[in-house]
Design a binder for this molecule. Structure first.
Ligand code: FES
Length: 183
């Protein structure tokens, strides 16, 4: 069950590469997104899309490349809650704490996830698989209680359903790690 939200990134470009040197990556980002001050948000979004957070050295390189002052980029980054300064897990779990979800048992949903993963909202698991966030509303109130993992909404949650979903993602993460180790 998929539901659109306002949290999607606005820019979608080429795939990230950990092997691209910093300056070249910064140049590539600026070249495709733009270098004028009004591109500060799309530039930051593209950095985050590639790395799932804003690495300081890359933000600095993009600042140099675009000639947008570093203070401007960080001013924008700290103003908008969509930007993160710490690495995010492979899967971002957003648990809705809006009114409809609260009434339908959002706290139980959050409690089960906290217990299963051993993290609080705002934290990432030690194995870097999951990050947990609380959000005000995911726009699917009639399906409460809901949570979102990546771009997928999971609705009308029960304890059993939450555990099954987490198990599914644990399996997917393990498979991804195995494939990465073998490549
Ligand atoms: S209150 Fe949870 S989706 Fe709106």
């Amino acid at each position: 069950m998929v539901c659109s939200t306002t949290g999607k990134h606005a820019v979608s470009l080429g795939e990230p590469s950990e092997t691209i040197p910093l300056v070249i990556e910064a140049r590539e980002i600026v070249k495709v997104v733009g270098s004028a001050p009004e591109y500060a948000i799309p530039l930051l979004q593209e950095i985050q899309r590639r790395h799932r957070f804003l690495p300081q050295d890359l933000v600095e390189a993009v600042s140099q490349e675009s000639q947008i002052p570093l203070s401007t980029l960080y001013g924008v980054a700290t103003f908008y809650s969509q930007f993160r300064f710490k690495p995010q897990g492979t899967y971002l779990i957003r648990v809705c704490q809006g009114t409809a979800c609260h009434v339908a048992g959002a706290e139980l949903v959050a409690a089960v996830i906290r217990q299963e993963l051993g993290i609080q909202a705002g934290e990432t698991t030690v194995d870097q698989r999951f990050s947990l966030e609380s959000v005000a509303c995911l726009g699917c109130c009639s399906l409460a209680p809901v949570l979102m993992i990546g771009e997928t909404i999971y609705a009308k949650l029960s304890v059993a359903k939450i555990k099954a979903v987490l198990k599914e993602y644990q399996g997917a993460a393990a498979a991804k790690e195995t494939a990465h180790a073998g490549s």
